[in-house]
Design a binder for this molecule. Structure first.
Ligand code: CA
Length: 231
């Protein structure tokens, strides 16, 4: 299988150079664009399997580039936002970016995110509907109106955050959800609390649904990325 082709739209030379080096070393094919118009033109000319798009670009903003590419294609777009800029994150999510990373990012994390986005895109899994209905996956039935979990004919109530987390994972079964995406969706994009909260909730859910919570098979940890629920 040939490795994916990545279009990098980034105005800062140092980031462009290091991304070019990092992504090529990982075996990706890399196309570089310095400006929004160059990025749109490169995508129109050569296409890409993933677009890594800096939100803060001179001239044509990342948002405009996003829309210009989206008009043509549903290619996965990973937004790159400035350090700790919550506004950028929110814009990225509202636009419907497939994921985002915050500068400065670790190369390993970025590559993991790119691979996760590619896998997700390949499987064509859906996002979360506005009015979720009852869902059955991995031998569990989740009722979002009653916040109940039914397994082996037995129902139990689940606290709201735990339920939201489990439902999100179940809705996206088979797909790796990055930690930050989970935190934003379950706790809100303005949540600044300890990210250990997520692990604590995962632990509680595992104690409900896993035969051996210390050796989970339903909800799996993807090191350095997040969690996935095995369908
Ligand atoms: Ca920039």
């Amino acid at each position: 299988m040939t490795e994916a082709r990545i279009l990098v739209v980034e105005d800062e030379e140092s980031y462009r150079d290091s991304l070019n080096f990092l992504l090529r070393r990982e075996g990706f094919e890399v196309m570089l664009a310095e400006t929004g118009p160059q990025g749109v033109a490169a995508f129109a000319r050569d296409g890409a399997d993933v677009v890594l798009l800096d939100l803060m670009l001179p001239g044509m903003s990342g948002t405009e580039v996003f829309h210009a590419i989206r008009e043509r294609s549903d290619v996965p777009i990973l937004m790159v936002t400035a350090k700790d800029d919550q506004v950028d994150k929110i814009i990225g999510l509202e636009l419907g970016a497939d994921d985002y990373v915050t500068k400065p990012y670790s190369g390993r994390e970025l590559v993991a995110r790119i691979r996760a986005v590619l896998r997700r895109h390949a499987t064509g899994l859906e996002g979360i509907p506005d009015e979720p209905e009852r869902l059955t996956v991995a031998g569990m039935t989740l009722d979002p109106e009653r916040l109940t979990l039914t397994r082996d004919g037995e129902s139990e109530s689940v606290p709201p955050k735990e339920f939201a987390l489990l439902f999100l994972l179940a809705q996206n079964a088979g797909r790796v959800l990055p930690r930050q995406v989970i935190i934003d969706r379950v706790w809100g994009a303005d949540y600044f609390g300890d990210t250990k909260t997520l692990d604590v909730h995962i632990k509680r859910i595992r104690s409900r649904i896993e035969a051996v919570p210390a050796e989970p098979v339903i909800i799996q940890t993807v090191r350095g990325v997040g969690y996935t629920l095995e369908p």
